[in-house]
Design a protein. Structure first.
Ligand SMILES: Nc1ncnc2c1ncn2[C@@H]1O[C@H](COP(=O)(O)OP(=O)(O)OP(=O)(O)O)[C@@H](O)[C@H]1O
Ligand SMILES: [Mg+2]
Length: 269
C-alpha cells in the first residue's frame, strides 16, 4: 500500500503577465510502498509543485499520477501533507486537533480517543493533550502536526521541508522521531528537504532535481537498513553518499545561477 507512480508529469503555470512558467518537465518516479523518498534540488525547481500534484491539490498539465494504481484526481485522507509551518487549528486543543480527522470520517469515539492518546504519546505530547497550539513550542507544534497526520493511518505522508524552521537539536530529534514512527506504521513518505544529511539519513532513495524546469537529475539509493540510528551519519559509507549528492546539487546551483544571469542580461539588454 502506498505505491506512487509519477508518469511523464509536466506542470506549466502562467505568471502575472501570462508568460508560461515551466515548473516541472516530464518527471517520472516510481516510489515503492513503504519507501521514504527524499527530494532535494535548487529553490524554485518544482519540489513543492510535485508534492501538490501528488496531494491532489492541483492537476498535472501533462502526464499522470497514481497511488496504488488509482489516478490521483483530488485530495484524500490516504495522502496527508505535513507543511513547514504547522497548519493547526488555534482554537482547538492538541487532543482536539488530533481527533478532528477521524471524527469527521465517522470513526467511533472510543477508537479515535484511544488512537489520539497513543499518537500523542508516541510523539511525546501525552502531557500536553489539553494545551492549545500557542502554548506549545515550535518543535512541539510540529510533532503535533505529525500526530494529527498519522492518526488517519495515511498510506502516503507528504512532507514539505517539515523541519526547516527548527533548530539543529530539534531537527535531529524530529528525524529520529520520523524513523521511529515509520518503523511502527510504515507509510510511504515523500519528503522534501534542503538538508542533504537529513535526506540521506531518512531516505531509501534520494532524488536530486534539476534547476527549473524541474526534472529528476539523479536517483541515489541509500543502502542502510531502516530503522537507522543517527550515528550512521558519521560512517564512511554515509559520508561518501553525501559527497556524491552535494556534487550533483552544486552542479545544479551553478546552472540555475547562470540561467538567472542570462535572464537578467536579456531583460536589461
Ligand atoms: N501557483 C503558481 N502560479 C504560478 N507559478 C507558480 C505557482 N506555484 C509555483 N510556481 C512557480 O513554479 C516554480 C516551482 O515552484 P516550487 O514552489 O514548486 O519550487 P520549490 O522547488 O518548492 O522551491 P523552494 O525550494 O524554494 O520551496 C517556480 O518558478 C514558481 O514561481
Ligand atoms: Mg517548496
Amino acid at each position: 500500500m502506498g505505491r506512487i507512480i509519477v508518469d511523464g508529469v509536466s506542470k506549466h503555470y502562467a505568471d502575472r503577465r501570462g508568460t508560461p512558467v515551466r515548473a516541472l518537465d516530464a518527471v517520472n518516479l516510481a516510489i515503492e510502498e513503504q519507501e521514504i523518498a527524499c527530494i532535494v534540488g535548487p529553490s524554485g525547481c518544482g519540489k513543492s509543485t510535485l508534492l501538490n500534484l501528488i496531494a491532489g491539490f492541483d492537476t498535472p498539465s501533462t502526464g499522470e499520477i497514481s497511488v496504488d494504481g488509482v489516478q490521483v484526481r483530488g485530495a484524500g485522507p490516504d495522502r496527508i501533507v505535513v507543511f513547514q509551518s504547522p497548519s493547526l487549528f488555534p482554537w482547538l486543543t492538541a487532543r482536539e486537533n488530533v481527533i478532528l480527522g477521524p471524527r469527521k470520517r465517522g470513526v467511533p469515539a472510543s477508537r479515535y480517543e484511544e488512537d489520539a492518546r497513543t499518537m500523542l504519546a508516541s510523539v511525546g505530547l501525552e502531557h500536553f493533550a489539553s494545551r492549545y497550539p500557542y502554548e506549545l513550542s515550535g518543535g512541539m507544534r510540529q510533532r503535533l502536526q505529525i500526530a494529527r497526520a498519522l492518526v488517519n493511518h495515511p498510506r502516503v505522508l507528504l512532507m514539505d521541508e517539515p523541519f526547516a524552521a527548527l533548530d539543529f537539536q530539534n531537527r535531529l530529534a524530529m528525524q529520529e522521531l520520523v524513523m521511529r514512527l515509520w518503523s511502527r506504521i510504515h507509510p510511504t513518505i515523500f519528503f522534501i528537504t534542503h538538508d542533504v544529511e537529513e535526506a540521506i539519513f531518512l531516505g531509501d532513495r534520494v532524488y536530486v532535481m534539476t534547476a527549473s524546469p524541474g526534472r529528476i537529475k539523479a536517483t541515489i539509493t541509500v543502502p542502510f537498513a531502516k530503522p537507522r540510528s543517527i550515528e550512521v551519519v558519521t560512517s564512511p559509507g554515509f559520508v561518501a553518499i553525501k559527497d556524491q549528492v552535494l556534487r550533483l546539487i552544486r552542479g545544479e546551483f551553478a546552472r540555475s545561477d547562470r540561467a538567472a544571469e542570462q535572464a537578467g542580461a536579456e531583460r536589461s539588454g
